[in-house]
Write a protein that binds this ligand. Structure first.
Ligand code: AMP
Length: 217
């Protein structure tokens, strides 16, 4: 099963991708996660990417396309994959099509999660992550039992630098301008399914499963 999860920051792509990984055993390829690791390691790519990420802007296409191209050639992607946060521009989508064509691994479907901006801002600004195990929380919707500490491992929780309100607004503007056109792109390809991402996590997950059961591959 080869799928893309498409939607604005905070729509639930990461949360749902983890459920797909657990259920179907295919890897999640999150360009955001890969870039954040590169920033943490202060690799040359990470140092370059950080400037864009801190401002809520997109990292240049050639950088992210290179990351994904390399990742898709790894053995574990033979059974399928979930792309989360990629593609984010039309040139990225076109490059992806070429790469997948070359690997004879066409996409099965693109699931677009739709959530309005007010809800996205509320979700992103309350989002917290455990520094140790990566578990996600939300100050209002899913608070930890002890403030600032992870329920699973006791690690300290942090807020992503780009989840500050001014940066969130910039990311949403960038999404509307550069990424939303991909909805039409994949609709024209006949592989787009739009789902209401405003519903509860489990409801959205049920709807995603129904879609994936209908996907070939
Ligand atoms: P995310 O975790 O998907 O919200 O990504 C966090 C940040 O990483 C984005 O705001 C961008 O700066 C960068 N990024 C992640 N994926 C991409 C992509 N496909 N193209 C360009 N920049 C990206």
């Amino acid at each position: 099963m080869r799928i893309i999860l498409l939607g604005p920051p905070g729509c639930g792509k990461g949360t749902q991708a983890k459920k797909i990984v657990a259920q179907y055993g295919i890897p999640q390829i999150s360009t955001g996660d890969i870039l954040r690791s590169a920033v943490k390691e202060a690799s040359p790519m990470g140092i370059q990417a950080k400037k864009y990420m801190d401002g809520g802007l997109l990292v240049p296409d050639n950088v992210v396309v290179g990351i994904v191209e390399e990742r898709l050639q790894m053995e574990d992607c033979r059974q399928g994959f979930i792309l989360d946060g990629f593609p984010r521009t039309l040139p990225q989508a076109e490059s992806l099509e070429k790469v997948l064509g070359g690997l004879s691994m066409p996409l099965d479907c693109v699931v677009s999660l739709e959530v309005d901006n007010a809800a996205l801002i509320e979700r992103l600004s309350g989002r917290r992550t455990c520094r140790e195990c990566g578990r996600g929380f939300h100050t209002r919707f899913d608070p930890p039992r002890i403030g600032g500490k992870c329920d699973s491992c006791g690690g300290s929780l942090f807020q992503r630098d780009d989840d500050q309100e001014a940066t969130i607004r910039e990311r949403l503007t960038v999404y509307a301008r550069q990424t939303a056109p991909l909805i039409d792109y994949y609709r024209k390809e006949g592989i787009l399914v739009s789902l209401n991402g405003m519903e509860e996590i489990q409801k959205v997950w049920g709807n995603i499963q129904k879609v994936l059961e209908g996907c070939s591959g």
